[in-house]
Design a protein around this ligand. Structure first.
Ligand code: CTP
Length: 398
């Protein structure tokens, strides 16, 4: 809940500004007080009247007149909040922030504030992928600015890809995580979860039996300790937890892209059961039976997401945790896997059918680190998650 939290919401000029109206409602439903600032361009998309009606307060507009200054100076306005949220954060606003420009009300407030800032970027996919935007994003992240999104998806301009503003409830989850009490407050943690689906043709795919239960429980436990969790999930059986930023993907390659987009993070937990192989050339038409014989599927290797992140030379998360699903010689195999992947910890479990772990509610894990193997007693997946989250907190914040 956000009872009496003061949010300064800066609405940038993009088509996603319409979602900010819903965001105001969602924040207020949870008890937050919202003061809104509209850039000049934002007024092309939403009206000051609708924003102020939803916020229940005066709207500050780019045309900052003397009456406003007399009521509340812009410095005071920038500091009177507990959190500044910029949604949508346009390429232009990000560029101004990254280069320290303050030539309108929104950018002046963002420079003058001593309050934490959360950005929800929204822009065309090419603009998001442009080297300048990616440079600005890295600069802002290094300056301590938090991000939620952007998501992949169909865009208003007709293109597809990353650049869509996060949904209002995802932004609310990021705001709640910011205020959550707990040792992981202020930490950004990536969790991958669920299976991946590798297409054969538009109607068929190759999958595995992962339910996503363990990864979901880990994400929930980390969020409840105050972390901002970016939850990159394949098509799982269980719904994603509340209070995390959800990035839904299908294939291993989409998961790899979503993981890259979520960086930098303080820690990464790779609980997904990623398919090792994909069909080398998935057909864009449904495969038909043919009298010439059976179809032959050729495979190509998928990117190893855990290994890629573990071996990053720059910007590697402070703690990288992998999972190992084994059916025999669990400790030996998982110990070798930790070294092969280059991660810090491996959570190993025996997924032989007799254990009932895959798809079940319980787990029996062995935590493997540079100090050796530690066997945990069999317990519920949610207890495994709670203990793992506590260990991660102890490692990140001492
Ligand atoms: N993993 C990953 N990307 C892949 C394959 C695996 O990120 N393409 C991660 C999983 O999320 C898990 C860890 O690597 O944290 C180990 O996964 P597992 O399937 O047990 O290992 P593999 O690398 O597939 O090794 P093997 O098949 O030899 O057991």
């Amino acid at each position: 809940m956000l009872a009496s939290k003061r949010i300064l919401l800066i609405i940038g000029g993009g088509i996603a500004a319409y979602k900010s109206l819903d965001l105001i409602r969602r924040l207020r439903e949870r008890g937050a007080e919202v003061t809104a600032v509209l850039t000049k361009a934002a007024e092309e998309f939403v009206t000051p009247l609708s924003v102020s009606a939803l916020a229940g307060t005066k709207v500050y507009r780019d045309l900052f007149d003397l009456t406003d200054e007399a009521e509340m100076g812009h410095i005071q306005l920038s500091r009177s909040a507990d959190l500044v949220v910029v949604a949508p954060a346009t390429a232009d606003l990000m560029g101004k922030m990254a280069s320290g420009l303050a030539n309108d009300l929104a950018s002046t407030l963002l420079m003058a504030t001593d309050t934490p800032v959360l950005l929800a970027p929204a822009m065309n996919v090419r603009m998001w992928e442009h080297a300048a935007t990616q440079r600005n994003r890295a600069t802002l992240a290094a300056d301590g600015i938090a991000f939620v999104g952007p998501n992949d998806g169909d865009m208003a301009c007709g293109e597809y890809g990353p650049g869509r503003m996060s949904e209002p409830l995802e932004i609310v989850a990021a705001v709640e995580a910011h205020f959550a009490d707990g040792p992981l407050q202020g930490k950004r943690i990536l969790v991958t979860s669920g299976p991946t689906h590798e297409p054969i043709d538009p109607v068929r795919y190759i999958a595995n039996r992962s339910s996503g239960a363990q990864g979901t429980a880990v994400a929930r436990a980390l969020a409840s300790l105050g972390a901002h969790v970016v939850f990159v999930t394949g098509p799982a059986d269980v719904p994603p937890p509340d209070g995390v930023e959800v990035v839904a993907v299908q294939s291993a390659r989409e998961m790899a892209d979503a993981v890259q987009a979520a960086l930098p993070v303080d820690a990464g937990v790779f609980a997904a059961a990623v398919a090792d192989w994909r069909v080398a050339s998935a057909s864009d038409r449904k495969l038909k039976k043919s009298k010439d014989g059976l179809p032959v599927l050729e495979f190509a290797e998928n990117p190893d997401i855990l290994k890629t992140v573990s071996r990053m030379e720059q910007g590697r998360p402070g703690l990288v945790v992998g999972f190992a699903a084994e059916t025999n010689d669990v400790i030996e195999n998982a110990t070798a896997k930790r070294l092969r992947k280059g991660c810090d910890w491996i959570v190993a479990n025996d997924v032989s059918p007799a254990t009932g772990i895959m798809g079940g509610a319980e787990n029996a894990v062995i935590l493997i680190s540079d100090t050796g193997a530690e066997e945990w007693p069999r317990m519920s997946k949610s207890d495994v998650a709670t203990q793992l989250a506590e260990r991660i907190a102890a490692k990140l914040v001492g």
